[in-house]
Write a protein that binds this ligand. Structure first.
Ligand SMILES: NC(=O)c1ccc[n+]([C@@H]2O[C@H](COP(=O)([O-])OP(=O)(O)OC[C@H]3O[C@@H](n4cnc5c(N)ncnc54)[C@H](OP(=O)(O)O)[C@@H]3O)[C@@H](O)[C@H]2O)c1
Length: 324
């Protein structure tokens, strides 16, 4: 018998309740994991409240975790009992002590990196890898704009881009966060709502605008993203923390010969070979110190409600995870 947080009704954090679950045998292409660290992301809050109706109720929330393989399906040859593995699963189910999971979604975690760091930051880091090395090739000669630079993805992005010699402008929600943005490698920081935002961008770039914009805030920042990008520039929208972007006219792109991308990580990691190469790039970035070890905040699995309270307060707390 295992334990899991089961959501039976959308609502406040008191809907996150611990229940007994049956631990099933893995099918032929599956692994049974005893989980050690489970990520708590902002996305999980939207799932809990019902803003995203992407989890069928009753259901177990959670997208990402690390665990040790206890049993393998009969067709599995590339994983063995005792291996430490991580996964991201868009179909949820991570808030649990045990997990049966398709081996296609799993990757081996190297010994030099902790379960907690990978559980909390792998999807963020592989998203950055996708954005910088697959959706576009970020070069040392580039000046880039990253929105929400002190968020989970943003801080990894700023550090990793800086390690490539890129000039980084980061935007933040408040003046206080500007210092934090600089500590993650931003050359310049701006608040979204400062009145001279575009003048500052043009000043920094000698009137040209930035080569690439990486916008995860969406609705509230997209207009400035369009104004900030250079002629023949590239805007990559990869999130909508403030809400979805209104439909746009193609002629708007023609005004500066712009490219716009809207990538989703799950499409980029659907092929095992590519997934493994992307994962190796992430592990190297951690190993070489291109991404600093984040502050980790643990909660017990049964206290998932407290973990959500902390995340929702937006008061920090670092990378929040559940331990089993
Ligand atoms: N496309 C993909 O495949 C992919 C993959 C991973 C993540 N994402 C998306 O990327 C975004 C960032 O992820 P993350 O893990 O870095 O999230 P996070 O740690 O929660 O950071 C989000 C940041 O967005 C800013 N923000 C601005 N308006 C906001 C609002 N109305 N509500 C909440 N936050 C707001 C906040 O910074 P300030 O307080 O400074 O404004 C916050 O730090 C999310 O939208 C996520 O869904 C997309």
């Amino acid at each position: 018998m295992g334990k899991a947080i089961v959501l039976r009704k959308y609502g406040d954090t008191d809907q996150l309740k611990l229940e007994d679950i049956e631990v099933k045998k893995p099918n032929k292409d599956e692994l049974l994991l005893k989980q050690t660290a489970i990520a708590v992301h902002f996305h999980d809050i939207y799932v809990r409240t019902g803003l995203y109706k992407t989890l069928t109720l009753p259901g177990i929330p959670g997208l990402e975790a690390v665990g040790v393989v206890e049993e393998i399906g009969k067709d599995v040859s590339d994983f063995s009992p005792g291996d430490k593995v991580g996964y991201i699963d868009r179909n949820y189910g991570a808030y649990a002590t045990h997990r049966v999971i398709k081996k296609k979604l799993c990757f081996k975690v190297p010994d030099f990196i902790s379960d907690e760091i990978i559980a909390t930051n792998f999807s963020r880091a592989i998203t950055v890898q996708m954005l910088m090395e697959m959706v576009t090739q970020v070069k040392a000669s580039d000046t880039i704009l990253i929105t929400a630079v002190t968020g989970g993805v943003g801080k990894i992005f700023a550090q990793w881009a800086k390690s490539k010699g890129v000039r980084v402008i980061g935007t933040v929600g408040s003046k206080e966060k500007e210092v934090l943005g600089k500590s993650f490698g931003c050359d310049y920081t701006l608040t979204y709502d400062q009145p001279n935002f575009i003048d500052e961008i043009l000043d920094i770039t000698n009137g040209k605008g930035v080569d690439k914009v990486f916008d995860s805030v969406g609705k509230d920042t997209f207009e400035n993203s369009l104004k900030s990008v250079s002629t023949c520039g590239h805007i990559i929208n990869f999130g909508q923390s403030s809400g979805p972007i209104e439909p746009i006219e193609m002629s708007l792109l023609a005004s500066k010969s712009l490219t716009i991308s809207r990538p989703i990580i799950f499409d980029y990691i659907s092929e095992t070979e590519t997934y493994n190469k992307m994962a190796q790039s992430v592990f190297h970035a951690f190993k070489n110190g291109n991404i600093k070890t984040p502050t980790l905040t643990p909660f017990n699995l049964q206290d998932a409600n407290l973990a959500h309270d902390m995340l929702e307060s937006r008061k920090g707390g670092g990378s929040i995870f559940l331990k089993t």
